[in-house]
Design a protein around this ligand. Structure first.
Ligand SMILES: Cc1cc2nc3c(=O)[nH]c(=O)nc-3n(C[C@H](O)[C@H](O)[C@H](O)COP(=O)(O)OP(=O)(O)OC[C@H]3O[C@@H](n4cnc5c(N)ncnc54)[C@H](O)[C@@H]3O)c2cc1C
Length: 415
């Protein structure tokens, strides 16, 4: 193999965003190199990523149109209802309490036979992506391979890999995650802060069926979500104070089971942790620009948000679908896809939309992760208002389905 290879696009980062971007760009006729520092075999292993993702129905349309849904849907559990409750966990210090205020989002109220979204294991998504990438001739997967340096020229970008290979392209897509080095090297500033919270993630098997109900309890330490999975299992996303989380992570399986039983209550019957626990420090990062000459940011490289509303990857999917439209339209009228005249359209489309959602999620975290009296009252009043007004409930359900605003063609409803 020659040490210099030429592509239309080089994508750095083969995570959920970069992998999907390579397929979306290939479907528009662009040749791509997809580079990741990790070995795909390791990224497909069950131990690599224990999270699930809530996939909105607009995101599911992208998977369908790129031919991925057939592999994903058998293991995608439809979300029929979402129950949001303002409460306190039962512990040895408190009896636990649920306020009078709770919200119920019922998919049947939208009047269409579609769920509010699906819960899918990240491993299932990664497998579907890598299988499709390996079957696509116009994607060259270079992994494990580390990007060492990038040079942006007037006519192209040159990416040097640590092993000496060189990749030449019109455009580089940064899908290298929250701590994106491509973003930093391009001088793009970010707004970022830590939440002093850790997301503890585990899969739990249970005695009784969940009936497709996703539960989210707002506890003072942060939201505690129980998300329905296939095979009578649920995914637990437990946001805990960063100082307390290591102690919960270190508990024996039996003690952990007792802790989660206290928080779940009796509605799912007997519980059994199914597999290991994972923990993720939670932080907010928002890039101040999503593009620079010959560089576009997608996924967590552009915006990494709190998982309170399960929207992080969904935002990345919308970036990818929008970028696919912008680049193919630019190419079709003879423009250089790495030029700012083209990339500015992507920046205009995505920056405001994703910043609004990211900051909305941030406000939810601040409003709900505390036990301060006036804030408890404010959120109770807010939940009560949303609960009583059907158009407001419909608005939140469509927002959760990411089915609002200017939708890229991969996300639009069938004609
Ligand atoms: C607890 C938790 C729960 C979540 N739940 C949901 C949910 O329900 N729904 C939802 O939509 N989102 C959810 N998210 C968010 C979602 O997981 C992320 O938005 C998504 O994983 C980001 O994917 P990414 O590909 O942008 O970044 P990453 O997954 O971080 O991938 C970046 C990739 O770049 C590679 N890389 C980095 N630097 C280099 C380099 N120099 N050279 C080569 N490769 C490099 C890395 O190896 C990595 O594979 C959740 C997040 C957390 C923490």
């Amino acid at each position: 193999m020659s040490d210099v290879q030429t592509f239309d696009i080089v994508i750095i980062g083969g995570g959920p965003a970069g992998g999907l971007a390579s397929l979306a760009m290939a479907a528009r006729g662009f040749s791509c190199a997809l580079v990741d520092a990790a070995d795909p075999a390791a990224m497909r292993a069950a131990a690599f990523d224990g999270r699930t993702s809530a996939i909105s129905y607009a995101s599911a349309r992208v998977f369908k149109r790129l031919g991925l849904w057939e592999a994903i849907s058998p293991e995608a559990e439809p979300i029929r209802d979402i129950l949001v409750t303002d409460g306190r966990a039962k512990s040895r210090f408190s009896e636990g309490a649920v306020s009078n205020f709770s919200l119920h989002f019922d998919s049947r109220e939208l009047g269409e036979d579609q769920p509010l979204g699906w819960i899918v294991e990240n491993k299932i998504i990664r497998d579907a992506l890598f299988d499709a990438i390996e079957a696509t001739d116009t994607i060259t997967l270079l992994a494990p391979a580390m990007r060492a340096a990038t040079k942006y020229n007037p006519e192209n970008a040159i990416v040097d890999l640590a092993d000496g290979r060189q990749l030449v392209a019109k455009l580089v897509i940064a899908a290298d995650g929250r701590r994106s080095l491509l973003r930093a090297e391009a001088g793009i500033k970010t707004n970022d802060w830590r939440y002093n919270q850790t997301g503890i993630v585990a899969t739990v098997a249970h005695e009784k069926p969940h009936h497709g109900v996703a539960q989210e309890f707002f506890l003072p330490s942060g939201p505690f979500a129980i998300l329905p999975m296939t095979h009578n299992r649920s995914s637990l996303v437990w946001t805990e104070d960063a100082g307390a989380a290591p102690a919960y992570m270190a508990l024996s399986d039996e003690k952990f089971r007792i802790e989660i039983e206290n928080r779940f209550g009796p509605y799912l019957g007997a519980l059994e942790p199914a597999g290991p626990r994972w923990s993720y420090p939670l932080a907010f990062t928002l890039a101040q620009s999503y593009a620079a000459p010959r560089l576009a940011l997608i996924g967590d490289a552009a915006h990494a948000i709190h998982p309170i509303a399960g929207q992080g990857y969904n935002l990345g999917i919308k970036d990818i679908a929008a970028l696919a439209d912008v680049l193919s339209e630019g190419r079709d009228v003879g423009l250089d896809i790495g030029a700012m005249t083209v990339l500015q359209n992507y920046q205009r489309w995505r920056r405001f939309d994703s910043a609004a959602l990211a900051l909305g999620c941030d406000s939810l975290v601040r409003l709900f992760s505390n036990d301060i009296g006036p804030l408890r009252l404010a959120r109770s009043l807010g939940m009560s208002a949303v609960g009583k007004v059907k158009p407001l409930r419909d608005f939140f359900m469509r927002q959760a389905g990411a089915d609002m605003g200017a939708l890229p063609s991969l996300m639009q409803r069938e004609a």
